[in-house]
Write a protein that binds this ligand. Structure first.
Ligand SMILES: [Zn+2]
Length: 335
């Protein structure tokens, strides 16, 4: 069983064989680095953590959380590099009371971290024998489809960038899938379900699909797998995480987390207490390697748990169960 993510992280950390102990020591050194940069370079973090001395993981686990409201109010003050170093800004409308959008800033280096994660995480899904169709935004530089394309082409995968379906183009998409012999694709769950439903009469040879960018319903999984008999992988991530956080491995049993770039905690949303592995709660994350706009103990509003048992593939990485909305406490991955 290939452990692509473990091999990748071993390489980065410089360990012969990845262990939890080494990984956690690496994470702690990166947490301190991130914290020190944040309080030195960002007025927002300097103010939020002005009386904090960070000497131990316990100190870290007592830090106040950050929230989407903080991003709406203070996004520029969370940036830790000169403006000239910013190569992409993502603006997201929010339903928050202030009406201000969330703005997330990335450097070129930050974006390459995501490409790197996609490059290794996608090895479970497609290889050089595949033709991969991207049914996600892929025209704007730095968009998920563009980064994914770069990652897949590094592995020799033939990529067909299409973009999001508008709902009227199902037949066009199916014709392309048939004509180009598409064997793998990424799409939003609902959209791919509509395409799969309409695929009778087309010769589709789909081997694997990746569902991302929204909660995955059982219905969409069932419709797609019945129509095409393909493997269904799920991905979870959000823009703040640098788009990617966790993606199914070959076992399709929980999504291993990119723990070299992200430190995750599961908390009780009422008390803020950190919950042990196996218990469900809100996902809180800290970026370990981001330069442009680091996040520290950021509350996602997403609901999941960490699977206690190690994965059958032998990976040491922690895995997330299906992710849902905090208020729904159910659902599927979104990314
Ligand atoms: Zn695994």
């Amino acid at each position: 069983m290939k452990k692509y993510m473990d091999l990748w992280i071993e390489d980065i950390i410089g360990e012969e064989k990845l262990s939890r102990q080494h990984l956690e020591a690496y994470q702690w050194s990166k947490i301190k680095e991130t914290f020190n940069r944040a309080v030195t370079c960002s007025p927002f973090y300097a103010e939020l953590y002005k009386d904090v001395v960070l000497e131990s993981p316990d100190d870290f686990h007592r830090l106040p959380f950050t929230t989407p409201e903080d991003v709406c109010e203070h996004s520029l003050d969370m940036v830790c590099v000169p403006q000239g170093k910013i190569s992409r800004i993502v603006t997201m409308e929010t339903s928050g009371t202030t009406g201000k959008p969330k703005r997330i800033f990335f450097t070129e280096e930050d974006q390459q971290l995501t490409v790197d994660f996609f490059h290794h995480g996608m090895k479970f899904i497609a290889d050089e024998t595949d033709v991969f169709m991207i049914l996600m935004p892929c025209s704007t530089p730095g968009s998920i489809g563009v980064l994914l394309r770069e990652a897949l082409e590094k592995s020799g995968v033939k990529v067909i960038p299409y973009g999001l379906s508008d709902g009227q183009d199902t037949a066009d998409i199916l014709k392309i899938m048939e004509r180009e012999n598409v064997t793998s694709c990424v799409a939003m769950p609902q959209q791919l379900m509509q395409i799969a439903k309409a695929s009778d009469g087309y010769n589709i040879r789909m081997r694997s699909v990746l569902l991302s960018a929204d909660y995955v319903s059982e219905e969409s999984r069932n419709v797609i797998s019945e129509a095409w008999g393909c493997k269904i992988f799920e991905h979870y991530g959000m823009t703040e995480m640098g788009l990617g956080c966790a993606v199914h491995c070959s076992e399709l049993d929980g999504c291993p987390i990119r723990e070299n770039d992200l430190y995750l905690e599961i908390i009780d949303p009422e008390t803020g207490e950190i919950l042990p592995d196996g218990e469900e709660g809100e996902i809180v994350f800290t970026t370990l390697t981001r330069k442009g706009m680091p996040f520290i103990r950021y509350r996602t509003g997403d609901w999941s748990s960490i699977i206690k048992e190690p994965c059958k593939c032998g990976s040491v990485l922690k895995r997330l169960t299906r992710v849902g909305d905090r208020k729904m406490k159910k659902g599927g991955y979104h990314g």
